[in-house]
Design a protein around this ligand. Structure first.
Ligand code: SAM
Length: 246
């Protein structure tokens, strides 16, 4: 197994693939006041699909859930089956860099903690063609909350130089020609309850199993560090939801 396989095994069994919770999904969804009764939604980087299911529940519409990993596609399908939403879900295994949809074919484009794989600005620019005029785009994205950034925080985020202040992200949204509907910062609990707390449990489960495998130990050490930096410095950074309209 390679490093990425260990990474996928550790993170792939979590309830969510990143910070978030159903209350935040709902809050962002309710900001979109001019949706048709059964909106067509694209959920990019759906992961295990907690927000996909919540969107199906909230919207009464259809959701195309897209992810690169087959494991995630299986999980979102299983959840939709068990919640009774299978007939309104289309799960697509695809690379978001190579999305092939009809122009202006969605009422909503959604992406929680995943648009960064395209780049925030590039991603928002790219998805614009798939949204109907007057349709919405809602994404969550990493943001700085304070100018003070201790070294271990700066080190953690150096892999992702696009993290920025909420104000700078809003400037990007406006520059791309979207109108900003609203935005809010996710609570610290959305990092812990469904993401870091279950991750900490999984780290403990895998410690013995992966003992002596350098690539696997490296993945565990990085995960431990990520959790520890967040516990100490959650006031410095979070994710923010940005809801915009084309
Ligand atoms: C941080 S997780 C977020 C998952 C989910 N939205 C959530 O909040 O629980 C990012 C997801 O994007 C997917 N992803 C990464 N690169 C991708 C790509 N190029 N195309 C499609 N999906 C990708 C990953 O497999 C992962 O499931």
């Amino acid at each position: 197994m390679e490093r990425m396989d260990y990474f996928i095994e550790l993170y792939g069994g979590l309830p969510r693939g990143g910070p978030g919770d159903n209350a935040s999904t709902r809050k962002a969804f309710e900001m979109m006041e001019h949706l048709p009764p059964e909106p067509k939604i694209l959920d990019i980087g759906c992961g295990p699909g907690m927000q996909t299911i919540e969107l199906l529940r909230l919207s009464g519409g259809t959701v195309v859930a897209l992810d690169l990993l087959p494991q995630m596609i299986s999980r979102v399908k299983q959840s939709a089956d068990s919640e009774g939403f299978a007939d309104r879900l289309e799960a697509v295994q695809a690379d978001m860099n190579d999305m092939r949809f009809e122009p202006a074919s969605f009422d909503v484009i959604w992406s929680e903690g995943a648009i960064y794989f395209l780049g925030f600005e590039k991603g928002l620019e790219k998805v614009k063609e798939f949204v109907k005029p007057g349709g919405y785009v809602a994404v969550s994205e990493a943001v700085w909350l304070e100018p003070d950034r201790p070294q271990e925080v700066a080190d953690l985020w150096k892999e992702y130089p696009e993290i920025d202040t909420v104000e700078r992200k809003l400037e990007v949204v406006s520059k791309l020609g979207y109108s900003i509907v609203n935005h809010f910062v996710l609570p610290a609990s959305s990092w812990t309850e469904l993401y870091y707390d279950p991750l900490a449990k999984r780290i403990t489960e895998y410690e013995n199993k992966w003992n002596g495998i350098p690539e696997a130990e490296d993945v565990l050490a990085e995960a431990r560090n990520e959790i520890s930096v967040f516990r100490k410095h959650s006031r410095c950074y979070s994710y923010a939801f940005f809801v915009m309209r084309k």
